[in-house]
Design a protein around this ligand. Structure first.
Ligand SMILES: [Zn+2]
Length: 312
């Protein structure tokens, strides 16, 4: 890939990207603001970044009193951890979420337990408060819906793979697709889209189908939570697909060889590091990739997928 394949990194004029400044660092988690007569947010991020989000809104003369809806691509805490806290503070907010994720925002106990397995003592530092969302605020989605946010229309697509409960929101006016983590993680000024494959419900077949769904939409832009717009959608999706396939293969071969878990994780790490080097990613940005998508978690998610299939 060459840099001519990248697009200027600006977004449609009625869509804003707020850098939530997660852990005080740039570009780790982003929230999109859909401006208009009924403004909405795509992926509000975790509770620990609410102040950053408020500052970002204020830059556009907005506050949470103006925001009508929170559109969740999926319920992982880096995307949606703040939802319950925000709805408690601003009870007028409507929350859109995949029907499989909806019960877990209404009662987050299982979500918290599952995240605690991954993050342990770091839960509070990373994600902060995680509150339940009243059922009456929640609209459950299954894909195929058209949402009307004032004059703005959004189409909802079921896009599992990274999570079983992942949706993509497509804005036909700008042809922008809010893809959450379906097309991986890619930081500004790089052309490297890295898979994020954490447990518990990676599903590779579903993921490839979701990538096909995105290609069929022919979006003008893929808007990633981590982070921002970037490569031409087709180029991005196909190079991401290749990496996802490669990573899955590496994990599978490691399981077949029966090496220890730490050896297998290092095998995947070696592959990822070579990819970062080949893409000329700077050292500081390499650290961001590891923070956003820790290799050990990605290995765990892929290993779990293969074990569930009982092929290996
Ligand atoms: Zn994420």
């Amino acid at each position: 890939m060459t840099t001519e394949l990248t697009l200027p990194e600006d977004i449609h004029p009625d869509i804003r990207l707020i850098d939530d400044q997660f852990l005080g660092l740039p570009h780790l988690i982003g929230t999109y603001v859909l401006l208009g007569d009924e403004p909405a947010l795509v992926d509000p991020g975790p509770s620990t970044t609410i102040a950053g989000l408020e500052a970002g809104l204020a830059a556009d003369g907005l506050s949470f009193d103006d925001i009508r809806a929170l559109l969740l691509t999926h319920i992982h805490l880096d995307h949606a951890g703040a939802t319950g806290t925000l709805v408690t503070r601003y009870p007028h907010l409507r929350v859109y979420v995949h029907q499989v994720g909806a019960p877990h925002v209404i009662d987050p106990e299982r979500l918290i337990r599952s995240a605690t397995r991954l993050y342990g003592d770091d839960m509070d530092r990373l994600w902060g408060e995680i509150r339940p969302v009243p059922e009456s605020n929640v609209t459950a989605l299954s894909g195929g819906e058209t949402l009307n946010l004032g004059r703005r229309m959004l189409h909802v697509y079921d896009t599992p793979g990274h999570a079983s409960h992942h949706v993509t929101y497509f804005d036909p006016a700008s042809a922008a697709a809010f893809v959450g983590d379906v097309t991986g993680v890619r930081f500004p000024d790089t052309n490297y889209a890295r898979p994020a494959t954490p447990p518990p419900d990676i599903d590779l077949e579903a993921w490839h189908d979701s990538l096909d769904t995105l290609l069929e939409l022919d979006p003008s832009q893929l808007l990633l939570t981590h982070f921002g717009p970037g490569l031409k959608p087709e180029v991005h999706i196909e190079s991401f697909r290749e990496r996802l396939t490669r990573w899955a293969q590496v994990a599978r071969e490691g399981l077949e060889d029966g090496e220890s878990e730490s050896v297998q994780i290092n095998q995947l790490r070696t592959v990822a590091e070579a990819e970062l080097d080949a893409a000329n990613v700077e050292d500081e940005v390499k650290e961001s990739y590891e923070l956003a998508t820790p290799i050990d978690q990605s290995w765990q998610g892929l290993a779990r997928y293969w074990r569930k299939r009982a092929d290996v």
